[in-house]
Ligand binder design. Structure first.
Ligand code: GDP
Ligand code: IMO
Ligand code: MG
Length: 424
């Protein structure tokens, strides 16, 4: 068997959590391969709403194995809060959630460093989630990190060494902080973690594949936030793209199966950084209001704009996307017309190629399509789709040269329509 990968094609929050939950019945194992509690993946079913940060979104469908892979950065305190909340609502995880020994730990001082780095950047700050993601990955790459497996041996010593290094850095940045309580709670998180099974996840996952078990890898963030291919430096600190599933799980590239690329019918971004199709008018406000575009983790208002096909084509290319999933179509239900950016005008030159840098000289060129002006939220099958919506889907498939397999028409698990093609 191979590993199918589901990942975001925009700037995150595309609806990954919802679709991983929907696809979970088709898989034996669900795994996260990068990111950490900067993610906020929302699932809704049976009138309940859950937001997951570090735990894979396959946890709600009985009997599935969920794995936190080596590419993830884990905050034991936030993990404890997340797991306890799930346990309180009747979802026992201890037997179904496995954690890679090679995943790196987010220390309390990493969070402080995240805040100190942002403060030092002033007006050019990234607008991070403040969860210590950048400093933790920095320590990983500079070979100073502390890993989950380190909890099992000489942990105090390893922790103290890393903390001392961070304290020197925080002093150099003139950053005032007090982590007394945070550190105490964090250490309780370390104790809590010990009840879970720590695994050599690369062996385990390759073993699943050998045993013909199906594996779904759940991306976090989105391609445009990737450390290499996103809108650098306004990105996160991990490889959010498909290749990240190889390094973040320990699987070879030839073990990748389907790549599901997920995108909103429009586009959003939270935090700083370029966003060519961003709207600053009432149309943008309308998207934000109808789409409830507020961060699942930080509560920050998300910036909204039209779909950007230049960026989407780029994301499809980088990831080798085999199937597309379009989310939040219902948010556009009341719009007279829908715009899609098909090219950029850069200093008077038209291009469909995503450039090295997005700056103020990059202007979107739009095509305008008729809106469908129909409530789609209760639709059950593609036969009910209005003509103008079908036109929008065909237009996107034609532009992106990739089939749109799933259309989402609301936040609930049930509000998901699988489209059938001749191959099915
Ligand atoms: P993720 O980070 O990619 O998992 O996405 P988030 O959970 O951060 O953000 C997606 C938001 O949109 C959540 O509040 C979901 O409940 C909601 N959502 C997902 N799909 C749909 C949809 O098709 N329509 C609407 N209106 N909301 C959706
Ligand atoms: P999910 O998985 C949207 C953004 C932050 C910031 C930048 C760097 O829910 O889609 P970081 O804390 O990672 O150093 O922040 O990345 N960001 C996200 N935006 N969805 C996310 O995750 C994000 N995770 C990080 O807003 O601009
Ligand atoms: Mg999110």
């Amino acid at each position: 068997m191979k590993v199918d990968v589901l990942l975001g094609l925009q700037w995150g929050d595309e609806g990954k959590g919802k679709i991983v939950d929907v696809l979970t019945p088709n898989y034996d194992v669900i795994t996260r391969f990068q990111g950490g509690p900067n993610a906020g993946h929302t699932l809704e079913f049976n009138g309940e709403k859950y937001v997951l940060r570090s735990i894979p979104s396959g946890i709600f469908q009985g009997g599935k194995i969920n794995v936190i892979g080596n590419g993830v950065v884990l905050d034991p305190l936030l993990f404890k809060q997340e797991a306890e909340a799930l346990q309180a609502s009747g979802h026992d995880l201890t037997k179904r959630l496995l954690i890679s020994k090679k995943a790196h730990l987010i220390l309390p001082t990493h969070r402080m460093l995240d805040a100190a780095n942002e403060a030092a950047k002033g007006s050019s700050k990234i607008g991070t989630t403040g969860k210590g993601i950048g400093p933790t990955y920095t320590d990983k790459i500079s070979r100073n990190g502390v890993r989950v497996g380190d909890i099992l041996e000489n942990f105090e010593e390893k922790y103290a060494k890393a903390k001392a290094k961070h304290e020197t850095m925080l002093k150099a940045l003139n950053y005032d902080y007090d982590i007394t309580q945070l550190e105490k709670d964090w250490m309780e998180g370390i104790e809590y973690l010990k009840q879970f099974t720590f695994i050599d996840s690369e062996h385990q996952i390759n073993g699943y594949l050998k045993d013909d078990k199906s594996v779904l890898a759940e991306g976090a963030q989105g391609t445009m936030l990737d450390i290499d291919f996103g809108s650098y430096p306004f990105v996160t600190s991990s490889n959010t793209v498909c290749a990240g599933a190889c390094t973040g799980l320990g699987i070879a590239p030839n073990k990748i199966g389907d790549v599901y690329g997920i995108f909103k019918a429009y586009c959003t971004r939270v935090g700083s950084g370029p966003f060519p199709t961003e709207l600053f008018d009432e149309t943008g406000d309308k998207m934000c209001d109808i789409g409830h575009e507020f961060g699942s983790v930080t509560g920050r208002r998300r910036r909204c704009g039209w779909i950007d096909l230049v960026a989407l084509k780029y994301a499809i290319m980088i990831n080798g996307v085999t199937q597309l999933i379009m989310m939040k179509s219902d948010v556009l239900d009341t719009f007279d017309t829908i715009k899609a950016c098909v090219a950029y005008d850069i200093d008077g030159k038209e291009t469909e190629e995503f450039p090295f840098e997005i700056n103020d000289n990059v202007k979107p060129i739009y095509v305008e399509l008729p809106g469908w002006q129909t409530d789609m939220t209760k639709m059950q099958s593609e036969n009910e789709f209005p003509e103008e919506f079908n036109q929008y889907v065909s237009f996107l498939e034609d532009q992106l040269q990739t089939p749109i397999k799933i259309v989402s028409v609301g936040p609930d698990r049930e509000q998901t329509i699988i489209r059938y093609t001749e191959e099915d």
